[in-house]
Design a protein around this ligand. Structure first.
Ligand SMILES: *Cc1c(COP(=O)(O)O)cnc(C)c1O
Length: 240
């Protein structure tokens, strides 16, 4: 471990982000009782990721399977990991039992593969359904209108627990994305009510994963239960 001073930026950034989350939570009309802070560690070297974990984030989040596995091997075994990127079915086997939550369930085919692997391993895999609220061409995720049919299918997959919904908002000024977050919250509420009515016991629909560095404050005001923050914790990313 290098000298603590080398990592002082991470500790400071985290304290600031935590404070901003709490302020947003207190002022928001729709905010959740608690918000988990996920440190998005993609492209960040393991020692800096370890520092964030040591400073007390709720989980670390990666969007590529190989990078997640590499970094997992370099961090304390008790570190918790989430998978937030598009997941190819042929990579499910490598990752389904290595993460606490998969945020990016975006097709029936992927769900079927997760169910198959989880059943064989006799475990339950926790997932969020990714929703492309703004219908952007470049993004993965179901349209809001497709979510209910997906839930009906998932109700027959007992080794998948659907904890809620996730979205990646458009890259736009923060105030412009507020309606996107509000729509995801309303969709979560409606889907939760319908799932309850239908006694879908593996579908709890409590969670809302939304908000990144430039818009997490607004996401929290609109009800996020977890925010995925990268550059505001680790500094700007350098893509290789
Ligand atoms: C990279 C990424 C984030 C974090 O982005 P920042 O702008 O660095 O906070 C959040 N969610 C997903 C899905 C990502 O790929």
């Amino acid at each position: 471990m290098q000298s603590p001073a080398e990592y002082a930026d991470i500790a400071e950034n985290l304290a600031l982000v935590r404070a901003e989350i709490e302020l947003a939570r207190l002022r928001g009309a729709h905010s959740a009782a608690a918000v988990r802070l996920l440190a998005v560690s993609k492209t960040v070297e393991a020692p800096r990721v370890a520092c964030a974990w040591g400073c007390g984030v709720d989980a670390l989040a990666e969007n590529k399977v190989q990078e997640l596995l590499d970094k997992q091997g370099q961090l304390p075994p008790e570190a918790r990991w989430h998978f937030i990127g598009h997941l190819q079915t042929n990579k499910v086997r490598q990752v389904f039992d290595k993460v606490e939550l998969i945020h990016s369930l975006d097709s029936l085919r992927l769900a079927a593969e997760i169910e198959k692997r989880a059943a064989a391993a006799e475990r339950v895999v926790h997932c969020l359904i990714e929703v492309n609220v703004a219908a952007e061409e470049s993004k993965f995720g179901l349209s809001p209108a497709e979510v209910w049919d997906m839930l009906v299918e998932l109700a027959g997959m007992p080794h998948i627990a659907v904890d809620g919904l996730m979205t990646v908002a458009p890259d736009a000024p923060a105030e412009e994305v507020r309606p996107v977050f509000a729509e995801l919250r309303k969709l979560r509420n409606e889907m939760r009510a319908r799932a309850e009515k239908n006694s879908f016991s593996n579908i709890s629909m409590q969670e809302l994963s939304m908000g990144m560095s430039n818009d997490y404050r607004i996401a929290v005001e609109e009800g996020a239960t977890m925010v995925r923050v990268g550059s505001s914790i680790f500094g700007g990313r350098i893509y290789r």
